[in-house]
Design a protein around this ligand. Structure first.
Ligand SMILES: *[C@@H]1O[C@H](CO)[C@@H](O)[C@H](O)[C@H]1NC(C)=O
Ligand SMILES: *[C@@H]1O[C@H](CO)[C@@H](O)[C@H](O)[C@H]1NC(C)=O
Ligand SMILES: *[C@@H]1O[C@H](CO)[C@@H](O)[C@H](O)[C@H]1NC(C)=O
Ligand SMILES: *[C@@H]1O[C@H](CO)[C@@H](O)[C@H](O)[C@H]1NC(C)=O
Ligand SMILES: *[C@@H]1O[C@H](CO)[C@@H](O)[C@H](O)[C@H]1NC(C)=O
Ligand SMILES: *[C@@H]1O[C@H](CO)[C@@H](O)[C@H](O)[C@H]1NC(C)=O
Ligand SMILES: *[C@@H]1O[C@H](CO)[C@@H](O)[C@H](O)[C@H]1NC(C)=O
Length: 289
């Protein structure tokens, strides 16, 4: 079993706050469309109201509310306690849940009952993306792997080096833990600023780290001592705490030893990058395809 020294680099852990904590869905727009809401945050619907009209909002087969003139005629009990209605047509749900995702229908009728307008809106409630965590692992002086990890719904991830995209995923329906962990393989001597951007339709976060040359790590690896292991364990522990990991592995001391090809939810992809340094003209992984 190969022992690999994993080093983690944490970029400034300033968790960029998401907007002002609400999202909007405008049902006064003339056409059917799609809306996105942020899980756990307020969601505001704009409904058309006017004199001598009735407005009805339905979700699937449930009637959520009926408006008449500018006021609320009636509201579904399930929504009453968690919503606020203003006479200008603003209807606010206090905390969006996954269950709020679905198809909403808005109908506007004249007071004589004639249908004036009808639209359908598909609402998708998404968990925002977390700030990406980047880790680097040296396998040899010629090869290292770099991983970018983020949580959230339908995450789209881009890893780039000096503004050149190395890999870009399409929005993924992430697994039930909403975890995306992309690993790429790079030449061990490659250096520079590596950026990982993660986004979905309600949020965007990014992390930049400096890629390090693998040579140093390898020479230290042969004289690996307790001090190095301990300090890295502490660093990893700090990272784990910051990431809010609940179940940190049974063998905390050996966390520096990783088997790279063991993870379940890891997508591997080999990326070749042209070496710009003049000392190594031999780019390593050929014939990968
Ligand atoms: C909703 O959409 C309508 C039509 O496009 C627009 O006039 C109105 O300003 C929008 N309302 C809000 C609150 O954005
Ligand atoms: C709306 O309010 C106006 C004035 O109060 C009233 O004359 C009218 O009948 C109301 N229309 C409906 C549909 O209730
Ligand atoms: C509607 O009224 C509420 C409460 O007065 C206000 O906060 C909101 O900005 C208004 N919305 C629009 C679109 O005018
Ligand atoms: C989900 O929403 C529907 C209305 O669309 C409601 O009938 C149902 O009780 C809700 N379920 C939960 C678990 O909140
Ligand atoms: C990498 O980023 C650092 C700080 O963000 C910057 O000073 C440096 O110039 C960047 N290096 C390259 C090669 O872009
Ligand atoms: C946002 O949603 C649209 C579909 O409405 C999709 O095509 C697009 O890729 C999504 N964007 C992101 C960043 O997920
Ligand atoms: C992501 O996958 C890599 C490669 O398996 C692993 O080293 C790293 O610890 C994973 N990151 C997280 C946060 O799980």
């Amino acid at each position: 079993m190969k022992m690999i020294l994993t080093s983690m680099i944490i970029a400034a852990l300033t968790t960029a706050p998401l907007a002002q904590g609400f999202s909007e869905c405008n049902l006064t727009q003339p056409r059917s469309h799609k809306c996105f809401g942020i899980l756990g945050q307020s969601l505001i619907f704009y409904l058309p109201t006017s004199l001598n009209t009735k407005t009805r909002l339905e979700k699937n087969t449930d009637v959520i509310l009926n408006l008449k003139n500018y006021s609320l005629l009636n509201i579904n009990e399930e929504y009453k306690s968690r919503s606020t209605f203003f006479t200008n047509g603003t209807f606010m749900l206090s905390s969006a849940t996954k269950n709020d995702s679905g198809e909403y229908k808005m109908e506007k009728h004249a007071s004589n009952g004639v249908l004036l307008h009808k639209i359908i809106v598909e609402l998708d409630i998404l968990a925002p993306v977390s700030k990406p965590a980047i880790s680097q692992t040296c396998l040899s002086p010629e090869q290292k792997t770099v991983s970018c990890f983020s949580e959230g719904d339908e995450v789209e991830l881009t890893l780039s080096l000096h503004d050149n995209a190395l890999i870009q995923t399409r929005p993924k329906k992430t697994d039930k833990h909403n975890v995306l962990n992309i690993t790429i393989s790079l030449h061990g001597q490659l250096m520079g600023n590596l950026t990982c951007i993660v986004q979905n339709n309600v949020s965007r976060e990014q992390t930049v780290v400096r890629l390090r040359s693998c040579t140093d790590t390898i020479s230290h690896l042969s004289v690996l001592n307790v001090v190095v292991v301990t300090s890295i364990s502490i660093l990893l522990l700090v990272l784990a705490l910051l990431l809010g990991m609940k179940c940190f592995n049974k063998t905390t001391n050996r966390i520096t030893v990783n088997e790279v090809d063991a993870e379940d939810d890891v997508v591997y992809s080999d990326v070749r990058v042209k070496q710009q340094t003049n000392k190594t003209t031999t780019t390593s992984h050929q014939n990968a395809k």
